[in-house]
Design a protein around this ligand. Structure first.
Ligand code: MG
Length: 157
């Protein structure tokens, strides 16, 4: 059986925070604000995996109200989600994600993100797609106040 899942995440961009995307520290004047390290790409992919497996969502498994996840490494949380998906009897076929932000430009970092994700998801990098999309100056992803990511994941059992 094949099962598809979808994930979405958004974080504000503020001064004084790191911008972590797929475990890559992207040099930029602002970073993502959140309880964990606020890695919007890792969060979207985690929710896609959990959704496909019918295992609720990242915020339920790792609540922001829990001090254990303060400044947590989101790629470690993602690895735990992938392990939960496997424990439920699924294999990860592929995942495809889109990060939406106008600045910084992410193209030079995409393959590092994919390599990091391949390690954490324990699948070949060829099964992991990450894309960056500008929002043409529109809305919170266009004016620099926020960053968003969407992801889908396909599982087989
Ligand atoms: Mg998040």
């Amino acid at each position: 059986m094949m099962r598809v899942g979808h994930g979405f995440d958004v974080h504000p961009l503020v001064e004084g925070r790191k911008l972590m995307l797929g475990g890559v520290h992207v040099a930029f004047e602002r970073g993502a604000l959140g309880h964990s390290d606020a890695d919007v790409l890792a969060h979207a992919i985690a929710d896609a995996l959990l959704g496909a497996a019918g295992l609720s969502d990242l915020g339920t498994r790792f609540p922001a109200s829990d001090p254990r996840w303060k400044d947590a490494d989101s790629m470690e949380l993602l690895a735990q989600c992938a392990a939960a998906v496997r424990a439920a009897g699924f294999e990860i076929v592929n995942t495809d994600a889109t990060i939406v932000v106008d600045r910084p430009k992410l193209a030079p970092h995409i393959d590092w993100m994919r390599a990091n994700l391949a390690v954490r998801l324990e699948i070949d990098q060829s099964r992991i797609s990450v894309k960056a999309k500008s929002s043409e100056g529109l809305g919170y992803t266009g004016d620099g106040t926020g960053i968003a990511a969407y992801a889908v994941a396909l599982l087989s059992s």
